[in-house]
Design a binder for this molecule. Structure first.
Ligand code: R5P
Length: 289
C-alpha cells in the first residue's frame, strides 16, 4: 500500500505509513495565481493500492478538487485501488432541503466521491438524518470512531468527570464515551437558528457538586454551541469547564473565546491545532491493515 499525504493530510499520513511500515509520499500541490491547482504524485502508483489522506478544513472546496484530481491521476497512472481516508469529511450537516431549492450537499458529496474512489473511510462523520454511511455512498464506506481515544484521554486527565453533550445528536459521542469510562452524563437540548446562533437549554436538573464538567461533541466550529452551554451552566454555579471533541475546526477565534469563558479545550488531530492532543493515526492505520 502507498500512503499519500494530500495538502491537509500530511500531519497524519507519515505517522500512518510508519505504523503500517508502508511507503509514504506527499502529493505535490501547486496553486496558480488565478486559483487553479495542479497535483502531482512524486512516487510510482502503478499496480498499487493508494490511500489518499485528506482532512477537509480551511479551503474545503480546493481540497475536494485536489482529491478528485489525485484519484483520477492515480487511476490513469495504473493504481490498482484508490481509497480516500478523510479524518474530517465536510458537508455532512447539510443533509436536507431546509429551504426550497437548496442543494442537499451531503448527497452531492457522497455521489461525487463515489465516482472517483473505491472506498472511503471517515472518522466520526456527522450523521444525523442519514444514519449510516452505507445509506449515502454507493462505494464501500467505513465509519471510524475516535471515542475510545477520547474516553482514554478523559480517564487519564480529568478526575470525577460529568460528561455533557450539548444536543441530542451528541449522544453518539457524549453518551458512548461516558459509558466507556463509566461516569455520569447528561445530554442538553439545543435549537439552531443560523450557522452562528444557537440556544441551549438545561432540560433537566444537573448536579455539579464535586464534578468536573466535560463537554463532549463531534466538533467545534464557531464555539457558540459550547459557549451557550457554559452560559447556562454558570447559572447553576459551574465555574470551570473542559471540552473534548473529535474535530477542532475552530473558526472565528473560537479557541480564544472558549479560553476566556474558562473552557479548557482538547481535540483529536483529525484537524491539527495547538489543542489537537489526541493522536488518531493509530485508528486509521488499524483500519488500513
Ligand atoms: C452540530 O450539531 C455539531 O454536533 C456541533 O454541535 C456544532 O456543529 C458546533 O458548531 P459551533 O461550534 O459553530 O456551535
Amino acid at each position: 500500500m502507498l500512503i499519500i499525504g494530500c495538502s491537509k493530510g500530511v500531519h497524519l499520513a507519515g505517522k500512518i505509513a510508519k505504523k503500517l511500515q508502508a511507503s509514504y509520499s506527499a502529493l505535490k500541490v501547486k496553486k496558480f495565481p488565478d486559483g487553479e491547482i495542479k497535483a502531482r504524485f512524486m512516487s510510482d502508483v502503478k499496480g498499487k493500492e493508494v490511500a489518499l489522506i485528506q482532512s477537509f478544513y480551511d479551503n474545503i472546496n480546493d481540497l475536494i478538487v485536489e482529491v478528485i484530481f489525485a484519484a483520477e491521476t492515480a487511476r490513469d497512472l495504473g493504481a490498482k485501488k484508490v481509497i480516500l481516508i478523510a479524518p474530517y469529511f465536510p458537508y455532512l450537516r447539510q443533509d436536507k432541503m431546509f429551504k426550497p431549492g437548496q442543494c442537499i450537499s451531503i448527497e452531492v458529496m457522497s455521489k461525487l466521491m463515489g465516482r472517483y474512489f473505491d472506498k472511503v473511510s471517515i472518522i466520526d462523520p456527522h450523521l444525523h438524518r442519514e444514519k449510516k454511511l452505507s445509506g449515502l455512498f454507493s462505494i464501500k464506506a467505513e465509519k471510524l470512531t475516535s471515542n475510545p481515544y477520547i474516553a482514554d484521554y478523559i480517564q487519564k486527565n480529568i478526575k470525577n468527570p460529568l460528561i455533557v453533550g450539548p444536543d441530542w445528536e451528541s449522544y453518539k459521542w457524549a453518551r458512548k464515551v461516558a459509558e466507556k469510562i463509566k461516569c455520569e452524563h447528561v445530554i442538553l437540548k439545543k435549537k439552531r437558528y443560523t450557522g452562528r446562533k444557537v440556544k441551549v437549554i438545561l432540560n433537566k436538573k444537573i448536579n455539579i457538586t464535586n464534578k468536573n464538567i466535560v463537554f463532549v461533541d463531534d466538533m467545534i466550529s464557531t464555539g457558540n454551541t459550547i459557549l451557550e452551554c457554559v452560559k447556562n451552566l454558570k447559572k447553576i454555579g459551574a465555574k470551570k469547564f473542559n471540552c473534548v471533541v473529535v474535530h477542532g475546526i475552530f473558526v472565528e477565534n473560537a479557541l480564544e473565546k472558549l479560553r476566556k469563558a474558562n473552557v479548557k479545550v482538547v481535540s483529536t488531530d483529525t484537524i491539527p491545532s495547538k489543542v489537537a492532543k489526541i493522536d488518531v493515526s493509530g485508528l486509521i492505520a488499524r483500519a488500513l491493515k
